[in-house]
Design a protein. Structure first.
Length: 422
């Protein structure tokens, strides 16, 4: 244990401590290796973890700071704070009417082509004041945290003009500054082609490349750049051009890939060495082989198929067996997946993707950390890493997918401080 560090937070007598110590990232059989310790303890100094191990050993040794907190977690499960690596939290209005249209038989793309979908969110976001967007997104961010999440990736993508994309990314920056949640911003100007460029698709791609990306980079508003690579949205060639331009400005690539059809998005992700390829419901066999050899994280979003009323699911078992780095996310957005519950996604991953509780937990911690470029500091409970910790009101971590649709979070610790369940 790091000597002479005064302990500000001690969580002891932990029924099941899921440390995630081990390989970074987790592939194949290792995905189920969660580093479980029974009767565990975690000692924190400030915002840093300084000791993890057996409760009796640690509790006897620590040097407690004058102002310290001790939490006794008998019969509870403790995990790293969950990480949600794919969210669209900045929007002005919800789209429940489209949900009802889908119940009546309309398809997601059909609604989009008729002017609904992303373009309807664009119209309302452009009119909204930054404070209005902030107040709405703040609710989403804090609800995610109430469900055990301590870091998220957050996309723009409902502005689709230089001004409105910057407005969205500035909201994300403000949330990052003011709220307990850490947000990792992604520029998603290539989410859709806005109304005014409907007949000038090529010109919009040029605008993203020549104006938006430099403007976002200059203001240091995004770490990553994402593209909706899909039939009828952006082609593989356009996506490549956009992502390469963003890489030149220091943004790592992410891709909405093979969500509604097999379009070669996974292959492009492997070719570019993208940080993540997301959705992948229709990933090709070649795409699986390529991602298995790559360091790109496959972020699977079973809540999206669920909320779109589709039965198809990403071939998660095959991807895991072949060695693809698999993660999971809510895809929280007003169109295709209106949820802030990452635990609910873990239930869907069990039922739809046949992933075990252990695999899903590794997917939303250590592997999700890699999907936001933070595999070195987040997603595991290990000495020297950031003290982001979730305490669950359950005796066995396998209750997480099993006890579905209910919030089992007891407490959330962010940067060493209790922020939920004080
Ligand atoms: O991840 N696929 C594109 N983007 C979102 C949906 C956005 C929307 O419908 O507003 C997604 O599913
Ligand atoms: Fe998405």
């Amino acid at each position: 244990m790091a000597k002479n560090k005064k302990i500000t937070l001690l969580i002891k007598n932990i029924g099941q401590l899921v440390t995630m110590q081990g390989q970074v990232p987790r592939r194949g059989k290792d995905l189920a290796d969660i580093g479980l310790i029974e009767n565990g303890a975690v000692a924190v100094s400030g915002d840093e973890i300084v000791a993890v191990g057996n409760s009796d050993e640690i509790a006897g040794k620590v040097d407690l700071a004058e102002n310290h907190t001790v939490i006794s977690a008998e019969n509870q499960v403790v995990t790293p704070g969950l990480i949600d690596p794919h969210t669209h939290p900045v929007f002005a209005q919800t789209r429940e009417m489209e949900f009802e249209m889908r119940l009546a038989g309309k398809g997601y793309m059909e609604i989009a082509e008729a002017g609904g979908g992303i373009r309807s969110s664009v119209r309302s976001l452009r009119e909204a004041e930054p404070d209005e967007l902030y107040a709405r997104a703040r609710k989403t961010v804090n609800t995610l945290m109430a469900y055990g999440v301590t870091s998220i990736e957050a996309k723009s993508g409902y502005g689709l003009s230089t001004e409105a994309e910057i407005k969205s990314l500035e909201v994300i920056a403000r949330l990052n500054e003011n709220e307990a949640m850490d947000l990792y911003p992604t520029f998603l100007g290539a989410h859709e082609v806005p109304d005014e460029y409907r007949d000038r698709h090529e010109e919009y791609v040029d605008l993203v490349i020549n104006e938006m990306i430099p403007a976002v980079a200059e203001r240091k508003l995004a770490l990553f750049c994402d593209v909706f690579c899909e039939d009828g949205v952006f082609t593989v060639d356009e996506s490549r051009r956009i992502l390469q331009a963003a890489e030149k400005h220091g943004m790592r690539s992410k891709i909405h890939a093979d969500e509604l059809k097999s379009t070669g998005g996974a292959e492009l992700a492997a070719e570019l060495g993208a940080l993540s390829a997301d959705h992948l419901v229709y990933i090709s066999p070649k795409g699986i082989d390529l991602l298995a050899k790559a360091n790109t994280v496959a972020v699977l979003l079973p809540g999206t198929s669920f909320a779109l009323g589709l039965n198809e699911a990403a071939p998660a078992r095959e991807m895991i067996d072949k060695g693809v780095i698999v993660s999971l996310s809510t895809d929280c957005n007003p169109g295709s997946s209106m949820t802030e519950s990452l635990p609910m996604i873990i239930s869907l991953a069990a039922l739809k993707l046949k992933m075990t509780a252990a695999e899903s937990l590794a997917a939303v911690t250590v592997n999700a950390a890699c999907a936001i470029g933070r595999g070195d500091t987040l997603g595991r409970l290990e000495s020297g890493l950031t003290a982001d910790i979730t305490i669950w009101d359950m005796k066995d971590y396998r209750e997480l997918p099993y006890h579905y649709g209910v919030n089992m979070v007891k407490m959330v610790v962010k940067n060493g401080k209790v922020v939920v369940g004080r």
